[in-house]
Design a protein around this ligand. Structure first.
Ligand code: FMN
Length: 225
């Protein structure tokens, strides 16, 4: 048995870090994280994940291409909807709380489009992380495989904590799948799911002072006894 406190610590110290140190991450450490993450369950054990580890010069080039698309305000060509098309209670309030909370921490005032856009653009700089993992899935797989995929992604983020590393999952990069696929030579049969920036946290980055809240257990769980 693994002690609850150890599991809880790994889960609870995982958070979305939006400012990394330039300190490189050892390639063996990345392999170790992916290896342990691959123990994620998947229906019929089909293991639908495909990971593209991008670092060094390739990371910088990909970042420049994505940032170029973002700065030119190229329309998103994302291959799946991540968010509801029509936002409603209670999700809209939670979304606002997290978005404004982060911006407040950064001193960005409501309506300051320039500053908000610059912060959003940080997604395409991978928040300074030396490594970005790009995740793709075969387009003919169904929702169940996307469920499996989430478990794999969470495993990566939790395993990273065990190596003293932090992460930021990013759906934003999936706005420009054609840029990613062209640059990495990924086939059209693949869908870009999201990315995870990976590295060592910059403790002095203001964005990293933000903590997202959580709904209490009694507000999302019913116990039938
Ligand atoms: C699949 C996925 C995609 C996300 N995409 C982004 C993103 O593009 N940019 C970003 O800054 N945060 C992104 N996030 C982070 C969420 O905003 C964050 O998980 C949430 O606010 C809870 O905060 P925490 O991760 O610090 O606990 C994403 C999270 C997930 C799970």
């Amino acid at each position: 048995m693994v002690e609850f406190d150890i599991v809880a610590k790994a889960m609870q110290t995982r958070r979305s870090v939006r400012g990394f140190l330039p300190k490189p991450v050892d390639i063996d450490t990345i392999s170790k994280i992916l290896s342990v993450a691959s123990y994620a369950p998947s229906g019929s054990n089909i293991q639908p994940w495909q990971v593209h580890v991008v670092m060094g010069k390739r990371r910088d080039e990909l970042s420049n291409l994505l940032l170029g698309a973002f700065n030119k305000q190229e329309p998103s060509t994302r291959e799946y909807e991540y968010y509801p098309v029509r936002w409603r209670t209670p999700y809209i309030e939670r979304r606002r709380e997290s978005g404004w909370g982060l911006y407040q921490t950064l001193g960005i005032k409501k309506g300051d489009r320039q500053a908000s856009s610059e912060q959003h653009g940080m997604n395409f700089k991978f928040f300074g992380a030396p490594v970005v993992l790009i995740f793709t899935i075969d387009s003919d797989l169904e929702k169940g495989s996307w469920l499996d995929y989430g478990m794999f992604l969470q495993n990566i983020m939790v395993a990273a904590r065990g190596c003293g590393l932090h992460t930021c999952p990013q759906a934003a990069v999936a706005n420009y799948p054609q840029v990613i696929k062209r640059y990495l030579g990924i086939g059209e049969e693949q869908v870009v799911v999201c990315a995870i920036s990976l590295g060592y946290e910059d403790p002095d980055c203001a964005a990293n002072q933000f903590r997202a809240s959580r709904v209490a257990v009694d507000d999302f769980a019913k116990f039938y006894v």
